[in-house]
Design a protein. Structure first.
Length: 511
């Protein structure tokens, strides 16, 4: 393919310049308030906007952030489930202007098996695709010799398989990635592989060999997707190609835009079959609810919060008792604290809890790391083990023991029969350690190193026993996802890293 990179680089570098402006004092607050005012004006005539007086709010001369928080209630999916289902059935002007025809199906809540997140034309244009463009801009800024547009992007997507019947004409429900692939602009379609026919197939077992064959014969320069699912495809590509390095198949491969789960437990695996002199890894934060962040420095694992992509952010701090405080705007956050993130966005979600937690590492510009899910932690014994602690400890344990992890989860086992409570880790290895007992002991030490509450509970073995590790057979978690993920595999479905209850852990362990 002809190398288009020199022709488009200037545009992307110009786009990335605005990142620098966010380091100026007060600029982040200004940009965010402009986003909020714009969102309120756009949605003023909707059912939701009329209910909460968005027209008056948009033109208010008071403290907009405070007045918005005072007037509009916090929501989660259960609070809007009935409204989103009305949208799915074809009603217009409810949460966002016009009729919404695309919905991202994601893991459900206590009120239902699945959630159906609106994907509006505005959210595609101003957020998801714009955020992906920001990721490319960040990468090209970091790599002046890049030939990214001399080949194709291998994008691993889901499908439009869903559990709903009798959808209105023109309405599509499925994985976010399916909509992004289906609605991609013409130029983007030319620059990606495989074609839609293969990319949107619902049956993973049928799709995998077709994906591998298409990828094997394409000039791939970049990868985009969830690390755990991509491993399955890349191993199949290397098997078919009879090689041990991806660069033997794709000499122009230079970057993996990854997201969805922490990359750290998979980093060693990816580094084992790529050339470190040619390969780069860049994290993105593109959830069903929106595209929120991108890594801008390879030496810094945190991501830049995207301030001007159709999203207004609020953050609820975690309190000492494990509960969540009242959300505050970006201008009031502090570094080092754990926050639950709320968004108001151009997909019609208003003061909506997305279920993710973050910790800020910098405020000007705002940079953060994902701490985990609001319900993905273990605090059965006062240890307050968060998902980011587990990921960090697991990555270091693998480095020290030479192991490689394909997937894992953990949860509490309560005291009984004279035994103290402990954590039980279910781990599927792609390369098992030489000594499981040593692996468990190393993991225990690393967890104590990264989490002082866990360390205190483990001190002297008085309150909490050493963790147990159970080795799960190859493919166990994939089979669990097939059973518990609408009968199919897919990049949007993930194993919970930490289970807050013993019952939840048991459901995973029993299959």
């Amino acid at each position: 393919m002809f190398n288009l990179t020199p022709l488009v680089r200037r545009h992307f570098l110009w786009q990335a310049r605005r990142f620098d402006s966010w380091a100026a004092p007060g600029m982040c607050e200004q940009v965010q308030l402009e986003q909020l005012r714009s969102l309120l004006r756009e949605a003023a005539a909707t059912e939701h906007g009329r209910r909460y007086g968005y027209e008056a709010l948009a033109h208010s001369s008071r403290d907009l952030a405070a007045e918005y928080a005072e007037r509009v209630p916090l929501t989660d999916y259960e609070a809007i489930r009935e409204t989103t289902m009305r949208m799915v059935r074809g009603e217009s002007d409810l949460l966002w202007p016009g009729r919404t025809r695309n919905f991202a199906q994601s893991s459900g809540t206590s009120g239902g098996k699945s959630k159906f997140i609106p994907i509006t034309p505005a959210s595609l244009r101003e957020n998801h695709y714009a955020g992906a463009s920001d990721a490319v801009a960040a990468y090209l800024r970091l790599n002046s010799e890049s030939r990214l547009f001399s080949g194709k992007a291998l994008i691993l997507g889901g499908s439009f398989a869903n559990e709903l019947a009798d959808l209105p004409r023109g309405t599509r429900v499925g994985d976010l990635s399916a909509t992004l692939i289906d609605r991609v602009p013409p130029l983007g379609a030319v620059m990606r592989t495989p074609d839609k026919r293969i990319a949107l197939m619902p049956d993973w077992e049928q799709k995998l060999p077709l994906l591998a064959d298409a990828a094997l014969h394409s000039p791939v320069t970049s990868l985009s997707g969830v690390p755990s699912w991509f491993l399955i495809l890349l191993r199949e590509v290397m098997r078919r190609g009879g090689v041990s390095s991806l660069h033997e198949i794709w000499p122009g491969l230079e970057v993996f835009f990854h997201g969805g789960i922490s990359f750290e437990p998979y980093r060693a695996e990816y580094e084992s079959f790529t050339d470190p002199k040619r390969m780069h890894f860049l994290e993105t934060y593109n959830a069903s609810e929106g595209f929120f962040g991108v890594q801008t420095d390879p030496a810094d694992r945190s991501m830049l919060l995207l301030l001007d992509r159709g999203v207004y952010y609020e953050f609820a701090p975690m309190l000492p008792d494990g509960e969540w405080g009242e959300p505050v705007p970006l201008a009031a956050v502090q570094t080092g604290r754990t926050y639950s993130m709320y968004i108001s966005a151009c997909n019609g979600l208003w003061r909506y809890a997305i279920g993710d937690t973050v910790r800020f590492t910098s405020l000007c510009p705002p940079k953060f790391v994902i701490a985990g899910r609001t319900k993905s932690f273990i605090n059965a014994f006062g240890e307050e083990l968060m998902e980011h602690n587990a990921e960090q400890a697991m990555a270091e344990t693998c480095r020290k023991t030479g192991a490689r992890v394909a997937n894992y989860t953990a949860g509490p086992v309560y005291a009984s029969c004279g035994k103290r409570g402990r954590h039980r880790w279910l781990i599927e290895f792609s390369e098992a350690p030489a000594d499981i007992a040593d692996f468990a002991a190393t993991l225990d030490r690393e967890l104590q190193r990264v989490n002082s509450d866990y360390q205190a509970k483990r001190a002297g073995g008085i309150f909490l026993d050493a963790p147990q590790v159970r080795v799960m057979p190859t493919g166990y978690f994939d089979r669990w996802l097939t059973t518990h993920g609408n009968g199919k595999l897919g990049g949007q479905r993930k194993i919970p890293r930490l289970c807050p209850t013993a019952e939840r852990l048991a459901s995973l362990e029993e299959g």
